[in-house]
Design a protein around this ligand. Sequence first.
Ligand code: NAP
Ligand code: FE
Length: 365
Amino acid sequence: MFFCPTRIVFGNNAVQRAAGFIPALGNKALIVTGKKSAQLCGALSDITNMLSSLGIAYATFAEVKENPELQCIMQGKDMLLDTASDFVIGIGGGSPIDAAKAISLAAANSLNISQLYQTELFRDAYPIIAVPTTAGTGTEATQYSVLSDPGTNKKAGFGHPKAFPTLSILDPRYTYSLPQSVTLHTALDALSHLLEGIYSNQRSQVVKPFIHKGISNIIKHLPLVLQQPDNPSSRNELMLASLYGGMVIAQGSTTLQHSIGYPLTATFGVPHGLANALVMQEIMLLYLPAVKAELEELFDAIHLSMDEFFMWLHKLPYNSTIEYDDKFIEASIPQIMNSRNMALNPVTVTEADVYRILDSIRSKK
Ligand code: NAP
Ligand code: FE
C-alpha cells in the first residue's frame, strides 16, 4: 500500500516552480514559523515575494518553539480565524510545520486545547503548505503532527489523513544555514524513519527502494555535509533522504525507536533526532530476530555489514550517553508502553526491554 496525497515540488528554486499551485488555495495565507530560521535561510522572503507577486495577502505567526506546545497551537488557531486566512504555510523544521498542521485542524474543527489529539473530531482542514528548512522529519510528506503538553510533561503525536500537506516545497538550499548539530540530529531522525520502514509490522514493500536509497544517501552524504555545510549535491541528497523517510513512515508509522526518545526530549530537551540515534543500535538488535531477512537485504543493498553500520554511527560527533536516575526510567516506562507507536513493533516489547535500553544509554557515575 502507498498513500501520499501531497504535491511535492523538489529542487533549487522550488518556490518559483510551485507558485502556479497556490492561487487555488485562497486569497490570504497564515505563515507559521519559528523565531529566526525561516528568515535566516531565505525561505520566508522567497515565500512572501511569491505571495506578493500573486496578489495573495498574508499574516505571520512567528511564535513556534522547538517541540511545539498545545497552547501555541491555540494561539495560532486564533490568529488564523482572526485574520480570516484561507490556508496555512508552515516554514521551518518539523516544529513549525507540525504546528501549522495542528493549527489548520484546530481552526477547521473548532477544537479546544483538550481536543487536539482527538482525531475522531477531525472532519475538515485548511489547506497546508509545508516548506522544510531542515532535512530530517519528513513531515512535509506525512499525516503526523507531534506536540508537547507541558502540563503532563508529555510529548506525543497524532496522525490523520487531513494533516497531509496539500503542497510541499523543498529547496535544499534552505538547509545550508543549519548549525552542524541540527544537520546531524535531523539526518539521524531521517535515518530512524527509514529504518522504521523496515521494522514496522505494517511495513510496505512499495517503499523499499526509497528506504535503501535514503539510507545510502545518509551514510554517504552526512559525513560530507558535516565537513562542508554548503555542499550542494550532499544537501540535495540529504533532503531527498528526509523526504523518503517521511513517505516511508506515512505508510507504516514509527515504533519504539521513536517513542522511547520522547521522554528524553520532554524531560531533558534532548533533540528529537539525537534521542533516536542514542537507541538506534539497541533497537536494531532488539528487532533483529523479526526482521533479519529485511536487514540483510538492506545491508546488501548499501554494501555494508551491520557492524560497519554501527561503526559509522559511532564515529559521528555526538555524546552517546545522558545522565539520569532510575526514577526517570521508571516514570518513563508507562508513557512509552502506552504510546501509539508500540502497536507497530515487529517483536513483543516488554517493560524490561525498555528499562534495559534506557539503562544502556545513561552515563554511569
Ligand atoms: P525544529 O525543532 O523545527 O528546529 C530545530 C532548530 O533548528 C530551531 O532552533 C530552528 O530555529 C533551527 N532551524 C531550522 N531550520 C534552520 C535553518 N535552515 N537554518 C538554521 N537554523 C534552522 O527541528 P526538526 O528536527 O526539524 O523538528 C523536530 C520536531 O519535528 C520534533 O517535535 C519532532 O518530534 C517532530 N517530528 C515530526 C514528524 C512528523 O512526521 N510530523 C516526524 C519526525 C519528527 P527556529 O526556531 O528559529 O525556526
Ligand atoms: Fe522523527
